[in-house]
Write a protein that binds this ligand. Structure first.
Ligand code: PXP
Length: 251
C-alpha cells in the first residue's frame, strides 16, 4: 500500500497557452515527453466539452509522444464516453463539468448522479479503462463509488488548498483529517485512493504523507512554475517533495 506515490502530471495548461495564440506552440505532446523524462508516472488530460485546452487531436499525439499511461479526465456525457471508449486510455476519471467554471469546482456527486454514472462506468470498464471518480473526501460518496464498481476514487483537495492559502497548515488541518479519513474508508472498501487539485510545492507534503493515497494528479502549479524554472525541474522538485514526505512516514 505505501509503495512509491505516483505523480500524474496534468498538462492541460500547456494547451491553454498554445490556444491563446491559436498556433501549435507550446505543444502539449512535447510536455508529455518531458514529463516522462522528469520522473512523472502518468499524464493527465481533461478533454472539456468546450475544448478550452486539450483538443481531440491532442489525444493520440500525446500518447505517441510519451510512454506514460494516460489518465483521461472527462464529464459524464455520452459524447465524452464515446470518445474515451474509442481512445481507450489507461485510466478514465469522471469529473463534474460546468461550462462557466474556471476549473473543476468541487467533486462529482456520485450519490446524487448514480443512475447517470452507472452505465458510463460500465462502458469505460468494458473499454479497458481503469475508472476513477473525482469526489469530495466524503464517506457517503465513497460508499456509492464502491456500489458503482469504481476501482479508484480521486479525492478533491481543492478545499484543503484554499484553506492552506488562507492560513497555512493549521487552517488546512481539519480538511487534511477529512482526506486521511476518506483515504482510509476507500482502502477499507477495496478502492484505491488518489488525490488532486490545487496542490503546490508548499502544500503537497501533508497530502503525500497520507500512506493510503497511491497517486497525486497535479497540473496548474507545475505548469505555472515551469515558466520560472522549466518543466523538467518543476516536475523533479514536486517528485522530490512527494518522495520526502512519503519516506518520512515510512521511516
Ligand atoms: N485532478 C482532477 C480530477 C482535476 O480535474 C484536476 C484539474 O482540474 C487536477 C487533478 C489538477 O488540479 P490542478 O491543476 O489544480 O493541479
Amino acid at each position: 500500500m505505501s509503495g512509491r506515490l505516483r505523480l500524474g502530471v496534468n498538462i492541460d495548461h500547456v494547451a491553454t497557452i498554445r490556444n491563446a495564440r491559436g498556433g501549435a506552440h507550446p505543444d502539449p505532446a512535447r510536455a508529455a515527453e518531458i514529463a516522462a523524462a522528469a520522473g512523472a508516472d502518468g499524464i493527465t488530460i481533461h478533454l472539456r466539452e468546450d475544448r478550452r485546452h486539450i483538443r481531440d487531436g491532442d489525444l493520440e499525439a500525446i500518447r505517441t509522444a510519451s510512454s506514460l499511461p494516460i489518465n483521461l479526465e472527462m464529464a459524464a456525457t455520452q459524447e465524452m464516453t464515446a470518445i474515451a471508449c474509442g481512445f481507450r486510455p489507461h485510466a478514465a476519471c469522471i469529473v463534474p463539468e460546468k461550462r462557466e467554471e474556471r476549473t473543476t469546482e468541487g467533486g462529482l456527486d456520485v450519490a446524487g448522479l448514480h443512475n447517470q454514472i452507472s452505465p458510463i462506468v460500465r462502458q469505460l470498464r468494458d473499454a479497458g479503462a481503469r475508472v476513477s471518480l473525482f469526489i469530495e473526501p466524503d464517506p457517503v460518496q465513497i460508499a456509492v463509488a464502491e456500489v458503482l464498481g469504481a476501482p479508484v476514487v480521486e479525492l478533491h483537495t481543492g478545499r484543503y488548498a484554499e484553506l492552506w492559502i488562507d492560513g497555512g497548515a493549521e487552517a488546512a488541518a481539519p480538511e487534511l483529517a477529512r482526506l486521511q479519513a476518506a483515504a482510509d474508508e476507500a482502502r477499507k472498501r477495496g478502492i484505491e485512493p488518489h488525490a488532486g487539485h490545487g496542490l503546490t510545492f508548499d502544500n503537497v507534503g501533508p497530502v503525500a504523507a497520507i500512506p493510503e493515497i497511491a497517486e497525486l494528479n497535479i497540473g496548474h502549479f507545475i505548469i505555472g512554475e515551469a515558466i520560472f524554472i522549466g518543466l523538467e525541474e518543476a516536475i523533479r522538485e514536486m517528485r522530490r517533495l512527494m518522495d520526502d514526505a512519503r519516506n518520512q512516514v515510512s521511516a
